[in-house]
Write a protein that binds this ligand. Structure first.
Ligand SMILES: NC(=O)C1=CN([C@@H]2O[C@H](COP(=O)(O)OP(=O)(O)OC[C@H]3O[C@@H](n4cnc5c(N)ncnc54)[C@H](OP(=O)(O)O)[C@@H]3O)[C@@H](O)[C@H]2O)C=CC1
Ligand SMILES: O=C(O)CCC(=O)C(=O)O
Ligand SMILES: [Mg+2]
Length: 734
């Protein structure tokens, strides 16, 4: 665990499909980087790594690992940061429990996850696990705002090779259902703090006062919001939508972000489970409670807990038979939308449904229209409007559509995505107050037991940085630029008070529009339908939602996105793609040794990282490497070398061979650096000469199961032998 100097570039060690891909790609990157004197090292932010790093006191000396996330968290606050960040698991409780089980089975004595901690020791363990749960990594690393867009070559490729889109018909019954009031959207209040201040949050009830949170501290200029969702209104809404969905004869679906919104959304998910199975919960709650059922963890965990009770199981079956058919995660295996809170994640799930023409998979394994329940109305209008647009105008044509780029306010845990420490499920009716250190009551809400209250904030420096980045991007592109802000929403109105004066002071107010999310969705879809382009300048949640929505419509996937985070202290964070870690791809690799993960996001991030390094460290060779990465990425697209979806087709490993070859060829061909040209010419030649042999070796194993020695924690040697099966390629790479 000794402190060694950081490598020039840090490539994160993650989970699932991107981690499998890294086993093949990273050795290639390291070999090429070395030629420019650039070291590329790893830091472990995987779920398994996070668990091990959090419980050193439970492990043997030789099993302990450093807390890489803590180190990275410090590094991103320095100008030296140059981090390539791959997607990692934001763990729901079922995922966390599985990972713990796997580690224990491998001889790591990490403690069980205490679902209902009683003793102080259990509470302490639970508190440590809570730091690992949900989106525990991204908010730590994201010390800058987000610039996500498709690289020009990627967009052009999508236009020239349009993907299949599901047809939309005007009479599609698919619709979005959101609450009409008493949700986070309608209860929001917001204020901008004139001075630096400490604050606390208290709950006053008939029985006295409880401090929910103390020791909050905000710099001057922070926009501080408070809001709550009424549990009674939520239940009434869900109950009503279940009935309506049944009457409409379509699938019932719920779309949440239980991973990132790790406190509020699992509770809302739990309400959805409870209302769907309302008769069962009413009749059997005492027994279910005794069995340890927690609805927030989903129907899957619930079924496990009641496994031994035939009466409850029969009641569940009878209830499900009366309910509308559910949108399925895996109809073959009977996994429903409500099984696991992290299976259906709104940013990816809604765009996939829209791309499919408004269709989801039903229990019968057939596609059908669906009611999409998105309880809170803050951002639901985006999907509602997109669906209305496609019903009226038919599907988008990726061959002619322009693009929607995104500039997102993300730095320093901006907005809802930083609200977890200040989110509470209210234990008892009363009044929640946020009180500043001078005694001012900044915000106050009357609440009932079970309501979900939360406060979110956005700081001045990140807001100003975001507006300035938007000005830069608009100037660089000339695109239509829209701030997606709703003047009638409390939080957005405070942001507009920042945005307008900056635009005016810089004399660019006429280049920007400000529109509420619904209007901005329509304007953006109209713009790209005409083949024109636009920049969506959004808050943190819409940053996340839109950088899956538009790429999935325009490019078929968000995996190919360029995601740059210009860190506020001068460093660079280069995220790969805009999506997640694709669990289905791991299943396919383990089952039939085919990895359909596309590393195009990694290629884009790598090019940017080298170029950033060139500027930051004055390393001209790094620029040559970066330019050659771009040329190689272009060749991958031009020659169609991306992985195929089905077993037997070229996969992720083949695409890495081609990437190495094109990269070496571009280096050999360039004239800016003769050393690099001389070094890579023979490598390029060897890769070309042995093409047939390498491809044969890479593909030989496809069609049979592959053992990587684990799911959350792979065995390094087994993983390498699966992901680097070509001895010929390995010898050339060295
Ligand atoms: N930045 C981050 O760290 C993020 C992490 N996550 C985490 O990822 C996990 C899965 O999330 P989920 O919402 O299912 O989203 P994913 O983006 O992982 O998956 C959705 C689908 O998108 C397609 N896809 C995504 N990336 C690629 C790629 N590189 N190549 C090819 N296809 C791709 C796959 O489609 P198909 O199966 O049809 O091939 C995949 O099933 C969760 O644990 C979540 O917490 C999620 C988002 C961002
Ligand atoms: O951190 C997470 O949980 C998800 C992040 C995400 O979806 C994104 O950044 O697009
Ligand atoms: Mg996302």
């Amino acid at each position: 665990m000794a402190n060694t100097p950081n490598p020039d570039i840090i490539y994160t060690k993650v989970d699932e499909a991107p981690e499998l891909a890294s086993a093949s790609l990273l050795p290639i990157i390291q070999r090429f980087a070395k030629a420019a004197g650039v070291s590329v090292g790893t830091k472990d932010i995987s779920l398994a790594g996070r668990i091990l790093a959090t419980f050193p006191d439970h492990l043997k000396e030789d099993q302990r690992i450093a807390d890489d996330l803590a180190e990275l968290g410090k590094l991103v606050k320095t100008p030296d940061a140059n981090v390539i960040k791959l997607p990692n698991i934001s763990a729901s409780v079922p995922q966390l429990v599985e990972a713990v089980r796997e580690l224990q089975s491998k001889g790591f004595a990490v403690p069980d996850y205490p679902e209902t901690p009683d003793t102080d020791a259990e509470k302490e363990i639970r508190a440590r696990y809570d730091t690992i749960k949900g989106s525990a990594v991204n908010p730590v690393l994201r010390e800058g705002n987000s610039d996500r867009r498709a690289a020009a070559a990627v967009k052009k490729f999508a236009q020239n090779n349009p993907h299949r889109m599901g047809d939309w018909s005007a009479d599609s019954k698919t619709r979005v259902a959101a609450m009409s009031g008493n949700d986070f959207f309608s209860n929001e209040v917001s204020a901008t703090l004139p001075n630096e201040t400490d604050a606390k949050i208290i709950l006053e009830t008939a029985n006295g006062e409880t401090v929910l949170k103390d020791g909050l501290s905000y710099p001057a200029g922070t926009v501080v919001d408070a809001t709550f969702m009424s549990a009674a209104a939520l239940d009434a809404f869900l109950t009503d939508e279940i009935e309506k969905t049944k009457a409409e004869g379509v699938l019932y679906s719920l779309h949440m972000k239980a991973t990132m919104m790790k406190v509020s959304d699992p509770i809302i998910f739990g309400h959805a489970v409870k209302t769907f199975l309302a008769p069962v919960f009413e009749k059997y709650w005492t027994e279910m409670d005794a069995l340890g059922v927690n609805p927030n963890q989903g129907l899957g965990a619930l079924m496990d807990k009641v496994e031994g009770n035939a009466e409850i199981k029969a009641a569940i079956e009878a209830c499900m038979a009366e309910r509308p058919p559910m949108y399925m995660v895996d109809s073959d295996k009977g996994i429903t939308n409500l099984h696991v809170p992290s299976d259906v994640i709104i940013d990816a799930s809604m765009p996939a449904l829209i791309r499919a023409g408004g269709k989801g998979w039903g229990p019968d394994g057939k596609e059908a229209d669906a009611v999409c329940v998105i309880p809170d109305n803050s951002y639901a209008p985006v999907y509602d409007e997109a669906i209305n647009f496609f019903k009226a105008n038919g599907k988008l044509d990726p061959a002619t559509a322009g693009t929607v780029q995104n500039l997102g306010l993300m730095a320093q845990k901006a907005e809802e995505y930083g609200s977890h420490p200040t989110t509470f499920e209210i234990p008892e009716a009363g009044t929640v107050k946020m009180i500043l250190d001078d005694g001012t009551v900044l915000h106050s809400h009357d609440v009932q037991a079970g309501d979900i209250w939360r406060s979110a904030s956005a700081r001045k420096a990140p807001i100003e940085d975001w507006v300035n980045l938007a000005i830069e991007r608009q100037k660089a592109t000339g695109f239509r630029a829209i701030f997606w802000l709703d003047a009638s929403r409390a939080h957005d109105a405070e942001l507009i008070k920042y945005v307008t004066p900056i635009l005016e002071a810089k004399g660019v107010a006429d280049k920007f529009e400000i529109m509420a999310p619904r209007e901005a969705t329509r304007a953006s879809l109209e713009t790209i339908t005409k083949g024109e382009n636009t920049i969506a300048i959004t808050g943190n949640v819409l940053r996340d939602y839109l950088t899956d929505l538009f790429p999935i419509l325009e490019l078929a996937t968000s995996a190919k996105m360029l995601s740059i985070v210009k860190l506020m202290q001068g460093g660079g964070l280069f995220e790969t793609g805009a999506g997640g870690s694709a669990p289905k791809h791991v299943q396919q690799l383990h089952g039939e040794n085919h990895l359909r993960w596309d590393s195009l996001g990694e290629f884009c991030a790598l090019g940017e990282s080298f170029k950033f390094l060139a500027d930051a460290k004055g390393n001209a060779k790094a620029r040559v490497l970066g330019d050659a990465v771009e040329a190689a990425t272009q060749s991958i697209l031009d020659d169609n070398r991306s992985p195929g979806r089905k077993v037997g087709l070229p996969d992720n490993r083949d695409s890495h061979y081609w990437f190495a070859r094109y990269w070496a060829e571009a280096l050999a061909a360039q004239t800016d650096d003769t050393d690099l040209a001389t070094e890579f010419a023979p490598l390029a030649k060897a890769l070309a000469k042995d093409e047939a042999k390498i491809i044969e070796e890479l593909d030989a194993g496809q069609g049979t199961p592959a053992d990587t020695g684990g799911y959350y924690l792979n065995h390094a040697d087994k993983l390498a032998s699966v992901m680097r099966p070509s001895a010929t390629l390995n010898a050339i790479i060295g």
